[in-house]
Ligand binder design. Structure first.
Ligand SMILES: O=C([C@H](O)CO)[C@H](O)[C@H](O)COP(=O)(O)O
Length: 210
């Protein structure tokens, strides 16, 4: 059993809200993707928070510095999870973890582009990270990358901390990701690129929850 997270990666405010309306009943977590939050800002989080009280909301800040200072307004505005880059300084990662704890929320450490993913995961877990994010980014996917090998490595560490997996996951690979140890399965393009996003989300969630 894993939760599902839909990545809202459009730049358009109204299109993002409209897509969230369709998909929210069929996923556990709504993600405001990095390009989307940079383009639209905290107002979008406030709007989604008010409209979707039954979904968790992840803000994909991918914070690289000033962890506490950057993330605090988003937790204050209702984010349940904010992301911090695993390539950031440990002090930055600790800052996001600390502010998440201040609000009773969660910090996710994103392993995108981390060279030694096992070591950084152990360090992040020691600091109290709530979620480790195994992530093959959109540009890495364009070059043929997938998250499966990284997921196997992080799952093999048996840290006891939740693992989120993102990077081109679709209905056909959801069971594989679930069974490999993911607690949260992220899908962006597989949902927003589908002819019927609500149906695509429901299909992925049915597999993830099984
Ligand atoms: O996090 C993401 C990316 O880095 C842009 O911010 C995506 O939202 C994430 O990769 C999920 O999208 P898909 O890979 O299309 O499923």
């Amino acid at each position: 059993m894993a939760l599902t997270q839909m990545a809202l990666d459009s730049l358009d405010f109204d299109a993002t809200v409209a897509l969230a309306e369709k998909v929210a009943p069929h996923v556990d977590i709504l993600e405001i993707g990095t390009p989307c939050i940079k383009h639209n800002g905290i107002k979008l989080l406030e709007t989604l928070r008010a409209k979707f009280p039954n979904n968790q909301i992840l803000v994909d800040l991918k914070t690289m510095d000033a962890g506490f200072y950057e993330a605090e307004p988003f937790y204050k505005a209702g984010a349940d999870i904010c992301t911090v880059l695993g390539t950031a300084d440990l002090g930055t990662i600790k800052g996001v973890i600390d502010v998440a704890n201040k609000y009773g929320k969660a910090a996710q450490v994103d392993l995108i582009n981390v060279a030694d993913k096992a070591t950084r995961t152990q360090e992040a877990v020691k600091l109290g990270a709530h979620i480790i994010g195994v992530h093959t980014g959109l540009d890495q996917q364009a070059a043929g990358g997938t998250p499966f090998t990284d997921l196997a490595l992080i799952a093999s560490l048996n840290t006891g901390v939740k693992i989120s997996v993102a990077g081109g996951v679709k209905a056909g690979t959801t069971a594989q990701v679930r069974d490999a140890g993911a607690s949260i399965i992220v899908a962006g393009a597989a949902i927003y690129g589908a002819a019927d996003p609500a149906a695509a989300a429901a299909e992925i969630t049915a597999i993830a929850h099984a």
